[in-house]
Write a protein that binds this ligand. Structure first.
Ligand code: NAD
Length: 304
């Protein structure tokens, strides 16, 4: 098939591109390199790279011509960034998604697989989190992802277009660069390799559900290939660990000593996170297969 990956030069997008190429598909990437890297696509010279913006209707229209499935990842990413640049979230995440949906329906695309986020839930009320957990986002990012996800599902009701929203929890893995916006695993990895202390906010007993990017790729691929499914699904590992346990696992994965400094809890951080992933398993056979130890060893090797 011919597939379009918006945001395909980014962390998760480039992993999806790699899998699609490996499966023999033709891939177009649309990315404005806001937070993506052209070199993520260097191993795939056969990819048609369009440097452009999902806010640009004409560019999106051209990129979707002849495409069967769109993996829509292009976004302004993260809570912290969204508080600094809230207009980007409305323009890129909401209006950009609408541009993709409009082009998709006009060009007879079969399916849009949208990268949503656990950020749509806001403060967590019950654990494990099911898809019907209340959605009360507490950042412009979460609100924009919820709006975009709802637009996708509305288009699936209005038009002969299938749409799936995949609500990722904490994704980590190869091609995830150190960033200023607070992803804990890349930050810990870089500090550990530099021999610098890591900072844990609060007592470190808060829990997170970390999912390896290879599992996120499988979720995207299976959601795309399974016909007749339009809905929103949690994508996570379905297991959780504390941040203290994460630091210990990263010490083992790096083979280096880890110095920990504790500081005050951060405002807005949830205490516990754990997804119920049974809906994705039932709908399209989503199986998380990468355990955290294996995934962290792979990731540390890549960072080195
Ligand atoms: N990493 C996570 O833990 C996580 C969790 C939940 C959801 N997500 C979602 O997954 C998707 C991919 O995230 P990621 O972690 O790979 O981040 P990323 O920043 O590496 O990828 C986003 C990509 O979108 C591109 N982009 C941004 N604005 C654009 C625009 N206007 N036009 C075209 N391209 C644009 C960027 O250049 C980048 O390549 C995003 O939609 C994000 O919201 C990620």
């Amino acid at each position: 098939m011919r597939a379009l990956v918006t945001g395909g030069a980014g962390f998760i997008g480039s992993n999806i591109v790699s899998h699609l190429i490996g499966e023999g598909h033709t891939v177009v990437v649309l990315d404005n390199l806001l937070s993506g890297y052209r070199q993520n696509l260097d191993p795939f010279p056969q990819v048609q790279f369009v440097q452009g913006d999902v806010r640009d209707a004409a560019v999106v229209e051209r990129a979707t011509k002849g495409v069967e499935v769109v993996f829509h990842l292009a976004a302004s990413v993260g809570n912290k960034r969204s508080i600094e640049h809230p207009i980007d979230d409305a323009e890129i995440n909401v209006l950009g998604t609408l541009r993709v949906l409009e082009a998709a329906r006009r060009n007879g695309i079969r399916k849009v697989v949208f990268s949503s986020s656990a950020g749509i839930f806001g403060e967590l009320k019950t654990i494990p989190i099911r898809e019907d957990h209340p959605v009360e986002p507490d950042s412009p990012y979460g609100a924009s992802k919820l709006g975009a996800e709802k637009l996708c599902l509305a288009y699936a009701k209005l038009y002969p277009l299938e749409c799936v929203g995949l609500r990722y929890f904490n994704v980590y893995g190869v091609n995830q660069r150190y960033d200023a916006y607070g992803n804990v695993i890349p930050i810990f990895a870089h500090l550990i390799l530099r021999g610098a202390p890591i900072t844990i906010f609060g007592d470190g007993e808060q829990t997170r559900d970390f999912v390896n990017v290879r599992d996120v790729v499988q979720a995207n691929y299976k959601a795309a290939m399974t016909r007749g499914v339009s809905d929103a699904f949690n994508i996570a590992s379905g297991t959780r660990i504390t941040i203290n346990q994460l630091a210990a696992l990263m010490r083992v994965a790096s083979g280096l000593p880890v110095q920990i400094e504790y500081s005050a809890p951060r405002k807005g951080d949830v205490r516990h996170s754990l997804a119920d992933i049974s809906a994705a398993a039932n709908a399209f056979g989503y199986p998380p297969t990468v355990d955290l130890h294996t995934g962290l060893c792979e990731y540390m090797a890549w960072v080195k």
